[in-house]
Design a protein around this ligand. Structure first.
Ligand SMILES: O=P(O)(O)OC[C@H]1O[C@H](OP(=O)(O)OP(=O)(O)O)[C@H](O)[C@@H]1O
Ligand SMILES: O=C(O)c1cc(=O)[nH]c(=O)[nH]1
Length: 224
């Protein structure tokens, strides 16, 4: 397994962002794990997180993805885009970034958009994609400004089939978004990485979650 992805999962676990137990997802599923990116909530962990996004983006760039700026949808995407921009600048790629307000400001500079003008090829930075609504909105905002969305970068792709049990779609929300817009969704790590990590670990506490995560993946997971 890719050690960068494994390192990221270990980091998320250590920060309490990745947890194992009993959780209910937004889709109402009983999940044996949960990823709460809002808990990257101090300077050092946000800095490290920005570094993971930056590495994922630079790897994608080396594989042919061209991009000129970052866009973070409110609210969590704002700090994530800022942290990624700082991490990229430290690696010699000083890119502009922008973000939106959830409610338009009617005084001062006004409007919904803050930061650098949206132009060129834009990567949307956010924590997760659940049904894709906020990413669709981001695509519309970027296009309306005359810029071109080229990719979405998220921290974790849960790789889950959409829909209700008995009528599950063959595709995940990420795959549907990619197909609808023709844009790649880059994830620092995904459910396959999580499973591979649990399969390989020598840590018995961690390995204890393997069966339940495997059963969850068998029930709801998609193939990549
Ligand atoms: O809509 P999707 O593209 O599937 O993505 C899901 C988004 O929804 C949540 O944030 P929310 O939009 O509630 O905003 P917040 O960052 O203010 O919590 C979550 O943290 C994701 O960022
Ligand atoms: O189901 C969700 O919406 C969800 C799952 C998860 O692991 N993390 C998250 O932020 N949302």
């Amino acid at each position: 397994m890719n050690s960068f992805r494994q390192e990221f999962l270990a980091f998320a676990l250590q920060q309490g962002v990745l947890r194992f137990g009993e959780f209910i997802t937004k889709a109402g599923r009983p999940s044996p794990y949960f990823f709460n990116a809002g808990l990257f909530s101090d300077g050092a962990s946000l800095g490290s997180l920005g570094d993971y996004y930056a590495q994922a983006l630079l790897t994608a760039e080396a594989d042919g993805l061209g991009f000129d700026m970052l866009y973070g949808p409110a609210y969590k995407g704002i700090t994530l885009a800022a942290a990624t921009a700082i991490a990229l600048a430290r690696r010699g790629r000083n890119l502009p970034f922008a973000y939106n307000r959830k409610e338009a400001k009617d005084h001062g500079e006004g409007g919904l958009l803050v930061g650098a003008p949206l132009k060129g090829r834009v990567v949307i930075i956010d924590d997760v994609l659940t049904d894709g609504a906020s990413k669709r909105e981001s695509v519309e905002v970027i296009r309306a400004a005359g810029a071109t969305p080229v990719a979405v970068a998220i921290a974790l792709d849960r790789m889950e089939r959409k829909g209700v049990e008995g009528a599950l779609s063959a595709r995940s929300a990420v795959q549907e978004f990619e197909a609808e817009y023709g844009l790649p969704v880059l994830a620092i790590a995904n459910l396959d990485d999580l499973m591979g990590w649990l399969d390989a670990t020598a840590d018995t506490n961690l390995a204890a979650h393997r069966e339940r995560v495997a059963a969850y993946r068998a029930r709801f997971g998609v193939e990549r």
